[in-house]
Ligand binder design. Structure first.
Ligand SMILES: C=C(O[C@@H]1C=C(C(=O)O)C=C[C@H]1O)C(=O)O
Length: 289
């Protein structure tokens, strides 16, 4: 595949990036050296979604559902994604009763994509529990009377391991347990896979169609990703220390991601778009008019 290079344009001011800096983007963002004329801020998904839509930044890795909702004005880089085929380990519904018995679910205010995915899955399962925003640790919210708690990102990964770990030598990777200490962990990407057999795209790198990134930023991002994927053990070691998790768990978490928005990912994103945002504008993977 030839690298996509939008035509060179002169930017009147620094080009501003907004990065969701969860561990799952570390293989791209840790090695990234921003070219001259590009600045970056970081935040959680809902903050970066808002920053892109309000014009506070020019490009951001955002919740893919926000790209779908605003497909009339936004384009996505054609070769960058945070996606998986099967479990993701960090987009989790923690629950104490079986799914059909859930009456109240606490949602995280950090996320747009996992909430949209949960809504699609609930329709699929024929369930309609009450959904409420509530912050805090999953276990604490379960103790406060929620039947389910949706969590994403590094804290969800840590809480997942807290429930299902520590692993023994006998734990076979595809059979990683999903329960422990009276808590069931339902991995929403795995549920999507069970229903569709497709990958799930959590994030794309989106920008306004009339304001594409300078080619130097794309080259730097591609070089960073090549380095990060090529040095995954090193990236995993650093983040395992930060997260307080075993290195092999973080490495398994990271090598599981699909970062290139391949054709199968795009098709799956379109399938999700039709289910989650009926009537959405056509998705454009840059360059777009
Ligand atoms: C897989 C994840 O994907 C992230 C989840 C998002 C969301 O829920 O809105 C947005 C961007 C993704 O990078 C995660 O955070 O664990």
């Amino acid at each position: 595949m030839t690298d996509y290079q939008p035509s060179s344009i002169i930017h009147p001011r620094p080009y501003r990036a907004g990065w969701i800096h969860f561990t799952n983007v570390a293989p791209i963002l840790d090695p990234l050296v921003l070219p001259e004329g590009v600045t970056a801020i970081t935040g959680v998904p809902t903050q970066m979604n808002e920053a892109l839509l309000s014009g506070a930044v020019d490009i951001a890795n955002i919740s893919a559902v926000e790209f779908i909702r605003h497909a009339d004005i936004l384009a996505a880089l054609p070769d960058f994604s945070v996606a998986v085929l099967g479990p993701v380990y960090s987009v989790n519904l923690f629950h104490t009763c079986e799914l059909p018995d859930m009456k109240r679910i606490a949602l995280t205010s950090q996320s747009a994509m996992s909430v949209a995915l949960l809504e699609v899955l609930l329709r699929e399962w024929g369930l309609s529990p009450v959904l409420e925003r509530a912050e805090g640790e999953a276990e604490e919210l379960l103790a406060r009377g929620f039947d389910g708690v949706l969590r994403i990102g590094d804290s969800a990964l840590r809480e997942w391991y807290g429930v299902v770990g520590p692993f023994t030598d006998e734990t076979i990777v595809p059979e990683i347990p999903q329960t422990g200490r009276g808590i069931i962990v339902t991995d929403l990407a795995e549920e999507w896979f069970k229903v569709t057999g497709r990958p799930f795209v959590f994030a794309v790198w989106a920008y306004r169609k009339d304001n594409p990134p300078p080619p130097e930023l794309l080259s730097a991002m591609r070089a960073a990703r090549r380095y990060g994927i090529g040095h995954l053990a090193e990236v995993s070691r650093r983040h395992a220390l930060k997260l307080g998790l075993p290195e092999d768990v973080v490495q398994h978490y990271l090598w599981n991601f699909r970062y290139h928005l391949e054709e199968a990912d795009r098709q799956a994103l379109n399938l999700f778009a039709d289910r989650a945002v009926p009537g959405h504008a056509e998705l454009c993977f840059g360059p777009c008019e």
